[in-house]
Write a protein that binds this ligand. Structure first.
Ligand code: PLP
Length: 353
């Protein structure tokens, strides 16, 4: 195996999937995992076979690839602007997949209705609301107006969704989960004021998934939970034994500094982190990636710890796992006993539109 390379511990992944599914089942929620974390059809199928009700995609390409692999129910949780080839592709996808799409403006709803054409009555619309992340999404009290607008355009208003992206820091998930529940309750009331019943009330993110117990919520959409990462470890959202993806890397230089140089830089790990949090960790030597160049990772070592030598391989736990798969063509599938099992393609790699 050449390095850098993403090693997936498939038994850990299966346990992570089973645990989240058990939570969803216990609380009567549909689990609709976000596929952007793995972009891999095998893992998507593992999630569906474990009981996921459908998959969440971040763009049309992901939706197309997972639909072609047999996923019958896809939620494109993104404010899609459906013009040009995207309009054509959306219409094609609608003809063989139960598809719902996020929307947060009347202009985008107009584009979606035009794109769907004679299949308008098949396209589910889920209004995106903002619960504090200040990304996309309207204030909750505006959700009903948009849902009614979608209905008037012949689309099918299914409900509302939100992404509590402000919950990804130490001490933040609980507050973000409360913001999320409150915002979703207001949004559902707003839909009711406009005569629209909310069938889908969808909550997001791995850090808040198991805090999404408010009865208004019908669905959770975590993505990272399949692999987990340093960020999840830091906020106490997982244990070290729940890490399902490592980046194998080789020490390529040791010039006696307080760091050695690894062959994994931003091209492999993306620029996820900052000098305070670091960019990933190597548990075997208690090292921390303190800096990244494109092909060089600066592995800072503790004063009296083990110093991996040139040529030695180490396993990096990425800071944020989601961008990792996009750097590689395939995942090396292994298990936690160190056995190599297979190689799986990153099916939706580089598909950015
Ligand atoms: C709209 C949406 N839903 C769900 C998720 C999954 O959240 P996480 O990556 O924390 O599991 C994301 C992540 O970015 C997202 O943007």
């Amino acid at each position: 195996m050449s390095t850098p390379a993403p090693i997936v511990l498939i038994d850990v992944v299966a346990d992570n999937i089973a645990r989240m599914q058990a939570f969803a089942h216990e609380h009567g929620r549909q689990l609709t995992p976000h596929v952007k974390t793995h972009k891999n059809v095998h893992i998507g199928k593992m999630q569906l076979e474990a009981g996921a009700g459908g998959l969440t995609a971040g763009n049309l390409s992901e939706a197309e690839i997972f639909a072609a692999a047999g996923c019958a129910d896809i939620f494109l949780a993104y404010p899609l602007w459906a013009v040009g080839t995207k309009a054509t592709r959306l219409k094609r996808l609608l003809q063989n997949t139960r598809l719902s799409v996020g929307a947060e403006s009347t202009a985008a709803i107009d584009r979606l209705a035009e794109a769907a054409g004679e299949f308008t009555g098949l396209l589910g619309i889920v209004v995106e609301i903002d619960c504090g992340a200040e990304r996309s999404g309207v204030p909750p009290e505006e959700a009903g107006r948009l849902a009614a607008y979608a209905r008037d355009r012949g689309l099918v208003p299914l409900g509302v969704f939100t992404y509590p992206g402000h919950g990804g820091a130490v001490g933040k998930p609980e507050g973000a989960a409360e913001d999320q529940a409150l915002a979703l309750r207001h949004a559902v009331a707003s839909l009711a004021d406009h005569g629209v019943e909310a069938h889908k009330v969808s909550a997001g993110s791995t850090p808040t998934a198991q805090l999404s117990t408010d009865p208004v919520i019908t669905e959770i959409r975590p993505g990272e939970y399949v692999f987990n990462d340093c960020d999840n470890l830091r906020i106490g959202d997982c244990e070290a034994s729940d890490i399902g993806l490592f980046v194998a890397s080789t020490v390529v230089s040791d010039q006696g500094h307080e760091h050695v140089i690894l062959d994994a830089g931003t091209k492999a790990l993306a620029r996820e982190g900052d000098p305070d949090r670091g960019y990933g960790r190597v548990p075997s030597c208690e090292g921390r990636l303190s800096r990244l160049n494109e092909y060089h990772g600066f592995l800072r070592l503790p004063d009296h710890g083990v110093r991996p030598g040139v040529g030695q391989r180490v396993a990096i736990v990425p800071n944020h796992v989601c961008p990792i798969v996009n750097s590689f063509e395939e995942l090396i599938i292994a298990n936690s006993h160190g056995e190599l099992i297979d190689r799986w393609p990153v099916d939706a790699r580089g598909q950015l539109n």
